[in-house]
Design a protein around this ligand. Structure first.
Ligand SMILES: [Zn+2]
Length: 394
């Protein structure tokens, strides 16, 4: 029978080991390996290799396939000293993982070398429980969740699009949500504006949304602006500092104001609009892709717009488009995936089909072009949306 020491020596002879310096060089490469921390919760809480995924040794075999199904992905396992991770590598080799190594000397050696240390100190036990399904995703994890908690998203409108967008952003733990809406809850809103309820009829939509969101997630601070976005207040509201704007505006004047302000303040906008059974969404990222005026330089003349009463919408449609907007906003905050920048996504609920058209930045755009002709806010006269441009009442 082998002693522990003999078993460890034998195991280390059978697996790949790298030094912490080699591991750090890999971490800084273009395609870094996934670091897997196999230590216990209290050890992880005191610091870890930045970007590492935490799977305690006891759960490694049962959880690795769910979290990292690609068996040819390069993995670096570490524990405190390099012993537990050596056994863990052997186990993963037996599960068919082909490119796994153990970091010799473990996290103790990593720290001794003065390499960067991530910390999870800001996530409380309650937050770990609440966001556990985020923490399990390598692309979000501890670091991503803290980004979400630190993020500030401004929602234009607490209506059909703003309802699902604000609820999902709040549930995801986006720490600060701003809501701009000067309207009150009306009974004709409740067919689609799910952040409100029958008992809130007549109440300010911004305050009604704040109540719902704060009941859902106490981690979220809601800043309300019970006013209509205008050239008078847009600088003050944007001046409060926002990482992403989710535009759920139901009218052209607001949409153009949001666009021009976002270009001048360099804030990405997640745009959404709906009409009857059709919805569309895209991302406008100043300097990186087109803006709204690259697509529609100026609003159509009011006489071409139909009356407001014509703007019906299937109640669930804003739920789909607004949820897509929340998804894009989360990706922008986390810096993951490919956003809808430069792509206009078209959804047809009757056909249940998604289409996509690519949209380009216009060098002659009056706002974000090379020689801008619009340099201050324009207050357009309000009129209802023209279905031909798919602009629509939310
Ligand atoms: Zn533009």
């Amino acid at each position: 029978m082998a002693t522990y020491r003999e078993l460890l020596t034998r195991t280390k002879a059978e697996i790949d080991e790298i030094t912490s310096a080699e591991a750090r060089a890999l971490a800084q490469a273009d395609e870094p390996p996934v670091f897997v921390d196999v230590r216990d919760r209290d050890e992880w809480d005191e610091g870890f290799v930045p970007g590492a995924v935490w799977i305690p040794r006891g759960n490694l075999e049962s959880r690795i396939e769910g979290l990292l199904p690609d068996r040819d992905r390069e993995l670096v396992l570490y524990c405190a000293s390099g012993s537990r991770s050596a056994f863990a590598v052997k186990s993963l080799n037996e599960l068919g993982y082909t490119r796994v190594s153990s970091m010799a000397g473990g996290f103790v050696d990593w720290k001794r070398n003065g390499f960067e240390v991530g910390t999870a100190a800001t996530l409380s036990a309650a937050q770990r429980a609440r966001y556990s399904r985020h923490l399990l995703i390598p692309e979000v994890g501890d670091e991503g969740q803290r980004k979400l908690l630190d993020a500030r998203v401004l929602l234009i409108g607490a209506g059909g699009l703003g309802s699902p967008a604000s609820l999902y952003l709040a549930a995801a733990g986006v720490g600060t949500l701003g809501i701009v809406d000067d309207d009150v809850v009306d009974d004709s809103n409740l067919q689609r504006q799910i952040v409100h309820s029958t008992e809130r009829l007549g109440e300010s939509k911004a305050l009604s949304a704040k109540r719902t969101i704060e009941a859902l997630n106490p981690d979220v601070t809601v800043v309300t602006y019970e006013e209509r976005l205008s050239s008078e207040n847009v600088e003050r509201i944007l001046g409060d500092g926002w990482d992403v704007i989710v535009d759920g505006a139901d009218n052209f004047p607001t949409r153009y104001l949001v666009n021009d302000a976002s270009v001048w303040h360099d804030i990405p906008v997640v745009h959404g609009s709906i009409y009857r059974f059709e919805g569309q969404a895209t991302v406008f990222e100043p300097g990186e892709g087109p803006c709204y005026r690259c697509l529609f330089p100026t609003p159509p003349p009011p006489e071409l717009a139909p009356s407001c009463a014509e703007g019906g919408v299937l109640g669930v449609l804003p739920g789909i488009v607004g949820s897509l907007q929340a998804s894009e906003a989360l990706k922008l905050i986390l810096g993951i995936g490919d956003t809808l920048r430069g792509r206009l996504l078209l959804f047809d609920a009757l056909a249940t089909s998604f289409d996509e058209v690519s949209v380009r930045r216009d060098p002659n755009c009056p706002v974000c072009g090379e020689h801008p002709t619009i340099t201050e806010y324009v207050d357009y006269v309000e009129f209802c949306a023209a279905p031909t441009s798919r602009g629509v009442s939310a």
